[in-house]
Design a protein around this ligand. Structure first.
Ligand SMILES: Cc1cc2nc3c(=O)[nH]c(=O)nc-3n(C[C@H](O)[C@H](O)[C@H](O)COP(=O)(O)OP(=O)(O)OC[C@H]3O[C@@H](n4cnc5c(N)ncnc54)[C@H](O)[C@@H]3O)c2cc1C
Ligand code: SF4
Ligand code: SF4
Ligand code: SF4
Length: 397
């Protein structure tokens, strides 16, 4: 009887690569499916049927965490330059810098030269730059869990950041708690595939991927929000739901990995010692308490889930301004803290279209949405008195 992973339903694999990392025979590789999501594949000739991959998989486990009610803050990094480069309030950089100063290593998601996204280790402030900023696509874990374990076993301080499923995968792979490990998860509603992103980048920029020099999903030169940019040698192109089918469908929640619609992690029990997100709604929730902090420059919500998280946040206080809040206040504009995304009716047809016709199916659907949106906008500009007269006229003719 086979004792290795056997994914019966694509919504029961988040691609965390814990199985790949734990396999003693390197028998597992990650393979892209037709729409670009990566899934583990066992190379039968190498497998010794030890069962380790099956037992490490979070989808074969009960329970997802035990932390108590978190302490919650609004957080903004004091350094303005870093704040500008961060997606929300730069809380990640504040915490990561403290870890580096203590001689530690920070893991997180970084662009490769060809705009693939991978988890890498940052040993210096310069390397940390690459982790900064949200990249709205699935990051490949590769063998970074093994790398983190080697460092942890050698007594090195490690901070590992990622989506809740990645942090869950890491903890399951490690199999025990390390005092010298700090985990940071982000509030997450889902990830599309890298293949979709690369198709979109080429479409929006009109350039080949190797002609792009930077991609930002959140560019603060457009303010704190969901507007980004693609940079080439000569120009900067706006990248947002108004220019990009991918970004549009990402924000609508239509093109995520199947496991994101079955995500186990929206819960009071968080995976990270610290959870970070955008404090959307800060102005209605906490404006009076913010003092001289400008909420328009971006504010992070910081959930402190464990004593270890509390200890490290305390150390970061010198570089991070914190305002006390509570979970309910964050949840109001961040439902994904407690509830996973639900696929809309268009989800299946979009993915089927992508399988058969490639990215043109995204473009066609997007064109229709934007056309409808413009028509709705024009209709809204017409005063209701005139609208009624037009309707009366049409019903009579
Ligand atoms: C796919 C995705 C979905 C998100 N959805 C929400 C949401 O619904 N609500 C919300 O409040 N916040 C969401 N966030 C988090 C938010 O965008 C910011 O990352 C968070 O507020 C931290 O911002 P910061 O300014 O402290 O640090 P930043 O410097 O902006 O964030 C950097 C951190 O994000 C990590 N990161 C970036 N891209 C990825 C990736 N693809 N996979 C794993 N880790 C990544 C880096 O490793 C690093 O830890 C999401 C982030 C991602 C990547
Ligand atoms: S360990 Fe992670 S990548 Fe492997 S099968 Fe389970 S969910 Fe998928
Ligand atoms: S059963 Fe053991 S050897 Fe086979 S793929 Fe899984 S971990 Fe690797
Ligand atoms: S929504 Fe859940 S499964 Fe999807 S990337 Fe985020 S944490 Fe992982």
């Amino acid at each position: 009887m086979k004792n290795c992973i056997d994914i019966k339903n694509p919504n029961e694999c988040c691609g965390c690569a814990a199985c790949l990392n734990i396999c003693p025979k390197d028998a597992i590789v990650m393979i892209e499916n037709e729409v670009g999501f990566i899934y583990p594949k066992v190379q039968e000739e190498l497998c010794v049927n030890c069962g380790m991959c099956k037992s490490v998989c979070v989808f074969n486990k009960k329970g997802i965490g035990e932390n108590k009610e978190p302490k919650v803050f609004a957080g903004v990094i004091n350094d303005r330059e870093t704040l500008k480069k961060s997606s929300s309030g730069g809380a990640f950089s504040a915490i990561a810098n403290v870890i580096l100063q203590e001689g530690g290593v920070v893991f997180g998601a970084a662009w490769e030269k060809d705009f693939s996204l991978s988890h890498i280790a940052a040993h210096s402030g310069e390397e940390l730059e690459k982790l900064r900023g949200s990249k709205y696509v699935q990051s490949a874990i590769g063998t970074s869990f093994r790398e983190a374990k080697t460092l942890l076993d050698a007594g090195k301080l490690v901070c590992y950041s990622g989506t809740p499923c990645q942090i869950s995968g890491l903890k399951s792979y490690l199999g025990k708690d390390y005092e010298n490990l700090l985990t940071v998860d982000i509030i997450c509603h889902g990830v599309p595939s890298l293949k979709m992103l690369k198709d979109d980048l080429t479409f929006v920029s009109g350039k080949e991927i190797d002609e792009l020099t930077d991609v930002k999903f959140r560019d603060k030169c457009y303010g704190w929000g969901t507007k980004g940019s693609i940079t080439t040698k000569n120009k900067r192109i706006k990248y947002n739901a108004g220019t990009s089918p991918y970004y549009f469908y990402f924000l609508k929640g239509e093109v995520y990995r199947e496991s994101c619609y079955n995500c186990r992690f929206p819960s009071e029990k968080r995976q990270g010692d610290i959870t970070l997100g955008d404090y959307w709604g800060i102005k209605t929730e906490l404006l009076k308490k913010l003092g001289d902090i400008d909420p328009d420059l971006g504010v992070s919500c910081v959930l402190v889930n464990t004593e270890k998280g509390e200890k490290w946040l305390d150390t970061a206080k010198e570089v991070l301004s914190l305002t006390v809040s509570n979970r309910k206040s964050v949840e109001k504009r961040n439902g994904q803290l407690i509830k996973h995304s639900t696929p809309l009716p268009e989800h299946q047809s979009l993915l089927e279209g992508y399988k058969t016709n490639g990215f043109s199916s995204f473009k066609a659907g997007y064109k229709k949405h934007t056309k409808d949106h413009i028509i709705r906008g024009i209709k809204n500009l017409i005063p209701s008195k005139i609208k009624r007269k037009i309707n009366d006229f049409l019903s009579r003719s």
